[in-house]
Design a protein around this ligand. Sequence first.
Ligand SMILES: Cc1cc2nc3c(=O)[nH]c(=O)nc-3n(C[C@H](O)[C@H](O)[C@H](O)COP(=O)(O)O)c2cc1C
Length: 174
Amino acid sequence: MSRILVVYHSRSGHTEFVARQIAARCHADLEHIQDSRNLEGVPGYLRCALEAILGWRPPIERARHRPGDYDLVIVGTPVWFWSVASPVRTWVQRHHAALNNVALFCTCGGSGHAKVLDDLERLCGHPALARLALTERAVPQCQRDPALRRFLLELKRVPAVSVSLPPMQDQAPA
Ligand SMILES: Cc1cc2nc3c(=O)[nH]c(=O)nc-3n(C[C@H](O)[C@H](O)[C@H](O)COP(=O)(O)O)c2cc1C
């Protein structure tokens, strides 16, 4: 069976929630990209905003998993001012050489997701095997979201990747 890593940054939990659902479905390891600084409150928000707009790459904590050890890496980011979250930018730049097969996802308030996934694809240097964008409102029910199901179905087509699909919307949960 393929080894899969789901790597993500999350400030308020939406992207983390989706990352955990995907990891559980793909039997993947999880890596939370941790910003080395405190990003809470208004000062933290402003810092995120500025870094996203200017394309800066802030310091992040040392990764626990090495992406080179995995057959597929799934990268998740929140949308920050129509941009990739700056800690994700740092992580991708740091591990760029080890990224071969990638799939991408993002969460957002409602805009900028297509541009962010395009930007992330460019940063990774490879077309994504699958892409997923979810609004923060859709996140709590994402297990039943057809977009997540489509994303997992695309991953299932990748040789040796094992994925457990969620039940169809009109199916009772197992
Ligand atoms: C600094 C900042 C900028 C944001 N910019 C956008 C944006 O341009 N478009 C959008 O739809 N949502 C935007 N959002 C909302 C987040 O993308 C959304 O709440 C996301 O689900 C947050 O993920 P998280 O809970 O994992 O941090 C922004 C949030 C923050 C903190």
